[in-house]
Design a protein around this ligand. Structure first.
Ligand code: DGI
Ligand code: FE
Ligand code: FE
Length: 198
């Protein structure tokens, strides 16, 4: 695909997204898109895939919990009990289905990056790591302790920034007495141990 073709598509997706989610969420998505493109430049990932995955990662955020469950189940994707009872986790899988069926994204790498953007997973692809990280550090995020430190580390050692993001998320969820998904813990442990081996 030539750059001009993708640019026109990006504009179409951007306009669709604006209709599907709140203004605040839309601005966050633009922030993630741009930040993901920067990280892709830094780490040698496909810049356009990062730009598109960043834009669409939260495309299901406008759906209600029931709707998200229906969308995912109709696509024959399994939902865990934890996902069913915690709607904040559902938008990742629902988003990958919506991106495929409504936004007509055919690229599996982009769809996987959307699917795993909330919990991460062990051995993420570079694109998955970039979307996971960009989601946390994009310019509109605020009120997170040492966010500037994490932002700097994201551009020097992305695996280490993933450890810090997972740790901060788990601490936050514990503090709020929320159920922690096993994948969230697996991601944390995988990237923490990766750092120890070096
Ligand atoms: O969609 P965003 O707000 O941009 O960010 P996100 O997709 O990373 O996370 C959405 C929410 O999901 C956020 O409030 C934290 C929450 N979350 C992340 N991991 C877990 C989780 N919630 C539960 N209950 N368990 C988790 O493991
Ligand atoms: Fe999200
Ligand atoms: Fe997000």
């Amino acid at each position: 695909m030539g750059t001009i073709v993708i640019d026109e598509k990006y504009d179409k997706w951007r306009k669709m997204l604006k209709e599907d989610i709140s203004r605040k969420r839309y601005l966050h998505s633009i922030g993630v898109s741009n930040t993901a493109a920067c990280l892709a430049m830094r780490y040698g990932c496909d810049i356009w895939k990062a730009y598109i995955a960043g834009l669409l990662h939260d495309c299901a955020k406008g759906l209600g919990a029931e709707e998200m469950i229906r969308v995912v189940q109709e696509a024959d994707i399994e939902l865990t009990k934890v996902e069913k009872s915690n709607p904040e986790l559902l938008h990742a899988k629902a988003g990958s289905v919506l991106a495929r069926d409504k936004y007509e994204i055919k690229d599996e790498d982009i769809l996987e990056a959307i699917k795993y953007h909330t919990t991460g997973r062990p051995s993420m692809t570079l694109l998955e790591k970039i979307i996971f990280t960009a989601d946390y550090i994009e310019p509109n995020r605020s009120g997170i302790p040492d966010l500037d430190g994490i932002r700097r580390i994201a551009f020097t050692d992305i695996d280490n920034s993933i450890v810090l993001i997972c740790k901060a998320s788990i601490d936050y969820l514990k503090q709020k007495n929320r159920v922690i998904d096993v994948t969230t813990v697996d991601t944390y442990e995988y990237y923490r141990n990766l750092g120890k081996e070096e």
